[in-house]
Design a protein around this ligand. Structure first.
Ligand code: SF4
Ligand code: SF4
Ligand code: SF4
Length: 292
């Protein structure tokens, strides 16, 4: 007879107490899977599976699950769930517990963080290629070179355009309250992908918007790195809706031709080349066996 799972109510409640994720409301619709960028590009992370395991009380299995480290923490699964279940909150809790219980040693976690930060360089480089429509095959040599090489930040000293921003560009900032920004940097502190200014810095983007530097910002690969997690908005004491500013300038980049209409498709295709390597490298960093 096939083995079957025995739910553990005590452990299930322990997970719920630590997350308030309302996992018991999940009806297994898989909407979270269908929006998860890692699942869509690799098939290796299913938020629904994690919720299901949490509901069964499989706490110990979850703590050693490689998938919890593949998550980008974009919180898209939380936002799309029709039943307000929060898979990303479960993943965040499991990571904390895996470190606290030394299932993932602190040194391994630091290596993981360092890699995750440098992976943003790869995201920036591939986006830059997609914008210019010059996508080259991603060899292991290029992967390593991009990972190891910081971006040139000399762009900061390039003369800035003197063109006046369009009305739509000014409105993007005004509607989201960008003029209230006094550059305190709280958005950057909260942002999960802010590691290096030339790669991605939300405060820099909002500053560019406030300065009316439309041409520079609409052409920047950085704006396409945003995960839309909304943490910058939640962290801002001045009520600037940072994630909405970035979403709107992405739309404007398309509307005003800073990127061509095929760019989003190229970017999606390119992501299918980098995310499988991303999860493979995490397996190797944290000592997980690759799938058979
Ligand atoms: S979207 Fe919500 S209800 Fe659907 S499978 Fe995911 S967690 Fe469960
Ligand atoms: S938070 Fe993690 S699990 Fe949820 S959609 Fe984003 S990458 Fe996927
Ligand atoms: S929504 Fe804000 S916090 Fe989240 S990735 Fe984008 S800029 Fe960073």
């Amino acid at each position: 007879m096939a083995p079957y799972a025995i739910p553990d109510r005590t452990l299930r409640e322990e997970i719920e107490d630590g997350t308030r994720a309302q996992a018991n409301l999940c009806w297994n619709c898989s909407t979270c899977d269908s929006e998860c960028p890692v699942y869509l590009t690799t098939g290796r992370l299913r938020p629904q599976k994690i919720v299901r395991m949490a509901n069964l009380g499989f706490f110990h299995d979850l703590l050693s699950l490689p998938e919890i480290w593949y998550c980008l923490t974009c919180r898209r699964c939380n936002y799309v769930c029709p039943n307000l279940v929060k898979p990303a909150s479960i993943i965040g809790f499991l990571r904390q517990e895996a470190i606290r219980r030394k299932i993932v040693p602190w040194e391994s976690f630091l290596r993981y963080r360092n890699f995750f930060g440098r992976f943003q360089r790869i995201r920036w480089r591939i986006t830059e290629q997609c914008i210019s429509d010059e996508v080259t095959p991603l060899s292991p040599e290029i992967w390593t070179q991009w990972l190891e090489t910081p971006l040139d930040d000399s762009a900061d000293s390039v003369p800035l355009s003197t063109l006046s921003p369009s009305r739509a560009f000014r409105a993007a900032g005004e509607r989201a309250g960008s003029s209230a920004c006094f550059t305190c940097g709280e958005c950057g502190n909260a942002c999960p992908i802010f590691f290096e200014r030339p790669v991605f810095d939300p405060q820099w983007i909002f500053r560019m918007v406030n300065l009316g530097l439309e041409e520079e910002i609409l052409k920047s690969p950085s704006i396409w790195l945003c995960l839309a997690c909304q943490r910058c908005t939640e962290a801002c004491g001045e009520l600037v809706s940072g994630h909405l500013i970035i979403a709107r300038i992405q739309e404007l980049a398309l509307e005003e031709g800073a990127v061509d209409e095929a760019f989003p498709f190229r970017l999606k295709k390119a992501q299918k080349t980098i995310y499988p390597l991303f999860v493979e490298q995490i397996d190797s960093l944290l000592g997980f066996s690759p799938p058979p």
